[in-house]
Design a protein around this ligand. Sequence first.
Ligand SMILES: [Zn+2]
Length: 178
Amino acid sequence: MSPSSEAPAVHLPTSAFTTLSHRCAGLGEAGIEALREAGYRAGAEVLATLGDAPAEILSEEFWVRLGAAFTRAGLGSVAFEPVSPVLGSVQWLGSVEAAGSQSGGKVESCHFAAGLLAGVLSRTAGRTVDVIEVRCSGGSAQPCWFLFGSVETLRGLRPRLGEVRDSIERIPPETVGR
Ligand SMILES: [Zn+2]
């Protein structure tokens, strides 16, 4: 089970990437949209390195393979937890976008990361999967937390993001990095 393809890649120092992402995010909606779009494209490339991984985003094997691909790409580590039949959560430890961002505890701070997850999950599921970051690590030792589900499901969640973040803070991040 070797990787099916590797796209040409450029390896940036982490500081260069974080500077670029923070400057883009500071430009407002257009910059945020650009970060999500770039992340979405990167997600497709990460997915291509998985080879014949299962096309079922709720399977444990898919997340083990995806976590290994993230680590290989220097993206940190991810762990999946189901929340409900229509909602999943991802704890992302070491999102380089969060480093030095002063975003600890905030919602929707790692835009590239959210786009990347949306790209991976949408392509795998064969339908649009939306992703929202509900708690950002701000570069601390804690993970960033993302929720994913259908566009309709997450649209219903958006008005309550602060409430969701507060409930997530009570869950220990014990599943990250396994
Ligand atoms: Zn974050």
